[in-house]
Design a protein around this ligand. Sequence first.
Ligand SMILES: *Cc1c(COP(=O)(O)O)cnc(C)c1O
Length: 502
Amino acid sequence: MNETTRDDVQQAAGRASLDPQDWSAFRALAHRMLDDTIDSIANVRERAVWRPIPDRVRAQFHADVPRDAADLGEVYREFASAIAPYATGNVHPGFMGWVHGGGTAVGMLAEMLAAGLNANLGGRDHMPIEVERQVVEWMRRLYGFPQTASGIFVTGTSMANLMAIVVARTAALGALARQHGIGHDGALLTAYTSKAAHGCISRAMDIAGFGTDALRKIDVDADHRIDVAALRAQIAIDREIGFRPFLVVASAGTVDIGALDDLTELAALCREENIWFHVDGAFGALAIMSPALAPRLAGIELADSIALDFHKWGQVPYDAGFLMVRDGERHREAFAQPAAYLRREARGLAAGAVWPCDLGPDLSRGFRALKTWFTLKTFGTDRLGAAIARTCELARYLEARIAAEPRLELLAPVNLNIVCFRYRAADADAINREIVADVQESGIAAPSSTTIDGRFAIRAAIVNHRTDVADIDALVAAVLDFGARRSGDGLIETEAPPLAAQ
Ligand SMILES: *Cc1c(COP(=O)(O)O)cnc(C)c1O
């Protein structure tokens, strides 16, 4: 009675597939989505950089579980009206907050193509994996790493830094530590980075089981670069009292002001001390593509590992983090795992070791490599490097505007593409905090903020290839305008900001 016949299943099958019933209607709608998306990138300047999310829009997203099917056109309308207008704004040339990449239309298309293939890059023998290996090879060549180096795409540099710490740990303690845990020996391992390093290094030490106390944060010089003499001294002290220094994390582009540690000197120190030398090059490392900037990265070719993001200066859409390890064997030693269902074969689909799942914690992985491959091939590293160099030129232009404007002051040296400044006022910290929010809410520009030597700073990180002189002028004008209003007699026009109201 309960026997399933071929006919029963055959009849049910038509209802199970999630493919469109009407492909031509689907195609028409798909083309509209593509056209709208291209329009929104092409006409990005006509919109506000960012706008606050209205309460009614936010409330829409506390709906019940959608048990019943809905019309795709309806769902798309909801996307177009409630999601797209309230995105971060980093596609916009006026976006200068944090370190956000602008993406490109080419990268958007590649994401669509990758989704169409729906490839799983955990392993097995298929061309998408060769695309990832091709990008790894390009990176090896760019950074002068040996043939034996390995690389892998990950979500972002936070993950890449964490993985580098795990590789360095396994290199220091041996592969048995994967079985026994870090134990007593591991509790003695100490790592080093500068006080200006990204917070994810500290978090990675925590997640990797060392605890944040095992990370020594070394002082920086006036240019926010790690004080190598102080680092050397701290390593000596730690050895003296029985610790085992195992890792130095250098910053190639600090997140606050874009400072570059002296990589050559750090590489020499690490070699002398037999310490793993990792470079956090989240955004800065890709400056290697600019002949003018590449010399600033001298020494990066000596690193044991490099973490970087293609989704920042590389202009690849989110997310596209990357880790490269000089000694691929060490990399595999830290993550490879035998499992019967992941057995590798000499031929067939299960061939083609080393698989990416041997190089990181993820098994199922998307095709991040494709949008990066498309971006690198379509534009070429020269043009991408020129876009990077251009953002640094714009930063120097902003620096010059600040220098020429008595109401503004520069708070940190401009190393690359990041400018920290503020409006001069009596209660400067409070007023500049308001100015940042005012400028963001105006829709004119989106700077972020930081604290430099205890002083609140407006921070403009110019990362987007679309940003131009006019966007810098608009930022300066907006800061001066809101600054004057905030430091004036307290009469502040907060309603109907110029662009966000449209
Ligand atoms: C952005 C950044 C990170 C974190 O990278 P994610 O891709 O956001 O995880 C780490 N270090 C530096 C210097 C960064 O700029």
